[in-house]
Design a binder for this molecule. Structure first.
Ligand SMILES: Cc1cc2nc3c(=O)[nH]c(=O)nc-3n(C[C@H](O)[C@H](O)[C@H](O)COP(=O)(O)OP(=O)(O)OC[C@H]3O[C@@H](n4cnc5c(N)ncnc54)[C@H](O)[C@@H]3O)c2cc1C
Length: 301
């Protein structure tokens, strides 16, 4: 999707930086996806007006965080991508509260808080991506999720077209799902974290890093787990037990290290990855009678 000169000029007046023809294959951890124009939202207060201008021009948009949980279709994309600046995101600690910009790196936030003797998020250390993405997905690992630590979220709310602040207890955080509306844009969060000595947090972080390194294909292009775990079960275990590790469609392959990680071994297309996902879903459905639901977010149109 290309933004024409007139709209580009209007957007620039709002302090937006436009990046034409950005490759989402380069902006996502799967390394798959076509090109589109990117709108860098440098001034939060102009977001309602930016969204309004796009809607008036009939231009669809998607919000891209760290790009570690999206599978994007190939070719010229039928939407523009919104993004927050990632250089020097705001991060500060006051007592047991951490105030963090949504564009901040999740792992960087965990270590920043650790240095201030605030723990509780050790399990999230190896989860790539931004705080915004973690809030949207309720990122979690090794028994820790971000949701329980959230006290406030400042966001652009699609329902009202305004920037507002929601209290943590106004937001539902479920397993890899939250009550934010699809077009809400998270801007800042206040987290409340338990006090813990830095050394203890560091020891927890080391254990989680080690677990991750020993079980996940961290040197290959992936989006983490493709499927959510079904209630009481493990999608990875089911796929593994069907002997599907190494199963491939083109360059899209079920990882031979972790069966719920699907990797792009070289130049997988989005069609390859989608076909692999459907193949595996069908095989699991027919073997176990269980329908697996995507954890990865698919952007097709
Ligand atoms: C190697 C690897 C390991 C992983 N391990 C885990 C794990 O253990 N646990 C886990 O939960 N996940 C894991 N993931 C998946 C992924 O890292 C998380 O889902 C992460 O929280 C996504 O953040 P992101 O910024 O990259 O989001 P993106 O991939 O950019 O976006 C994901 C979704 O969030 C939305 N979004 C992002 N930022 C915002 C924002 N500011 N406002 C509104 N919406 C937003 C996007 O529109 C999209 O719908 C892993 C991924 C990889 C590649």
């Amino acid at each position: 999707m290309r933004i024409d000169d007139k709209l580009a000029a209007q957007l620039k007046e709002l302090g937006v930086e436009l990046k034409p023809g950005v490759s989402l294959a380069e902006a996502t951890s799967l390394g798959i996806g076509g090109t589109t124009d990117e709108i860098l939202l440098r001034r939060y207060e102009s977001i309602p007006e930016v969204i309004h201008l796009l809607a008036d021009a009939g231009i669809k948009h998607r919000f891209l965080g760290g790009g570690s949980n999206v599978l994007v279709t190939d070719g010229e994309l039928p939407f523009v991508v919104l993004h927050l600046p990632t250089t020097q995101p705001g991060m500060r600690v006051e007592g047991n509260a951490a105030y963090v910009d949504a564009s901040a790196d999740l792992g960087g936030t965990v270590t920043f808080c650790a240095k201030h003797d605030l723990g509780g998020m050790e399990g999230l250390i190896g989860v790539p991506g931004s705080i915004g993405g973690a809030l949207r997905m309720n990122a979690g690992a090794y028994g820790t999720q971000i949701g329980p630590h959230v006290r406030e979220v400042e966001l652009y709310r699609a329902a009202t077209g305004q920037i507002e602040t929601l209290r943590g207890d106004e937001i539902r955080f479920d397993y890899r799902h939250t009550s934010f509306a699809p077009e809400d844009i998270m801007l800042r969060v206040k987290l409340e974290l338990p006090s813990k000595p830095f050394k203890e947090i560091l020891a927890g972080i080391k254990i989680c890093n080690e677990k991750r390194r020993s079980s996940q294909p961290l040197n290959q292009k992936s989006a983490g787990c493709i499927f959510k775990n079904p209630q009481g079960g493990s999608a990875g275990r089911m796929i593994d037990d069907l002997g599907l590790k190494g199963h491939r469609v083109g360059d899209a392959m079920v990882s031979d290290r972790h069966a719920n990680f699907f990797v792009n071994t070289d130049k997988a297309s989005s069609a390859d990855m989608l076909k692999l996902i459907e193949d595996v879903r069908e095989k699991v459905q027919s073997a176990y009678g269980v329908e697996l639901h995507n954890e990865v977010i698919v952007w097709q149109n």
